[in-house]
Ligand binder design. Sequence first.
Ligand SMILES: C[S@@+](CC[C@H](N)C(=O)[O-])C[C@H]1O[C@@H](n2cnc3c(N)ncnc32)[C@H](O)[C@@H]1O
Length: 362
Amino acid sequence: MAASTSSAAELPPDLLPLAYALLSASESASISSIKTLLDQGAPAWYQDDALGWSCLHYGAERRDTQILEVLLRGGAVWNAVDKWGRTAGEVCLSFGWREGWQIIRNEGVRSEDTTSAGDNLSFLKSELRWEIGDDGRERVLDADGNGVMMGWEEPLMREHVRLMLKDHPNAVEGQEGVSVLNVGYGLGIIDKLFQSYTTSPPALHTIIEAHPLVLAQMRKMGIYDWPGVRILEGRWQDFLLDGDKLGELLTSVPRGGFDVIFIDTFAEGYEDLKAFFDILPDILEPEHGVFSFWNGLGATNPTIYAVSSHLAEIHLDDVGLDVEWHDVPIPESLRSEVWKGVRRRYWDLPGYKLPIARMMLH
Ligand SMILES: C[S@@+](CC[C@H](N)C(=O)[O-])C[C@H]1O[C@@H](n2cnc3c(N)ncnc32)[C@H](O)[C@@H]1O
């Protein structure tokens, strides 16, 4: 989701002096000099070679809202990251300058510039390997060595299950049990937690999983034989965006919708998550239904994570769901030890924002 750094190689040589003049003006000159350079066509997206800083990073150090606004209007990139992965938003936060941070975050929300996390169809054809990481936990990696699912997330999955089920009337002891829809099996961490929920296991537990190697693993582990479990082999889009298949699926679900829905896929971006939000009113039981999702997009950077979470809240509101956020701290030991042998760290924040959403009451 972070914009990649843009450097001299991409800039026509005749623009280089203007680019450097804008960086320097953003650091110390007047607003009118900045405006003049922008009017002359200075490229506001440019990042210097030394730090990877853009004019917005330099402007953020000035703690002047007008400078940020002028730069953003002139084409500065809100989510450009420097050599340490920081946006101008983190520069604002480093001074405790919340107003500046909000200007940058709002620009992110306005532009909805949340690029796709990857190509889902090619991931679904790729090799996978299951292994035990240096932290002693199980993990699944894709062909490029990226973590598809990692055991360190177990405490977070546990918290998702606890918060989704704790107030649900059908999850209380002696009741029939909830109907669950989980999208994405991975290591089956959340599915095992649903099954072992203390007061009552799900009455109906539907899992949608698309990767053939994950499905083969599920067969081997006997997941198909769990009581009340139904496994739908394919992409969630195949089952939930096709009116006929959706109608057929819902006929077997009591109360016209699932009591609990969770989604955590891989190599999908914000647009996919939003498409999933759009179908929630058709598949979530309206009175007590609870929805949650793995809130992992943009989690390598605090400003981008805040933008992505805020967008999710706005879009859930658009489809009639209220979201509560639960802040879950992630211990430093979990964040630092688990990444050996993994190509790209997908998590770099001290806390997780856990969403719990319900239909708004009429
Ligand atoms: C991060 S893992 C899920 C981890 C799981 N929450 C757990 O607790 O272990 C993502 C899973 O989603 C599956 N997946 C990816 N794209 C999908 C799609 N479009 N539809 C269904 N499953 C998908 C992947 O094959 C993978 O098994």
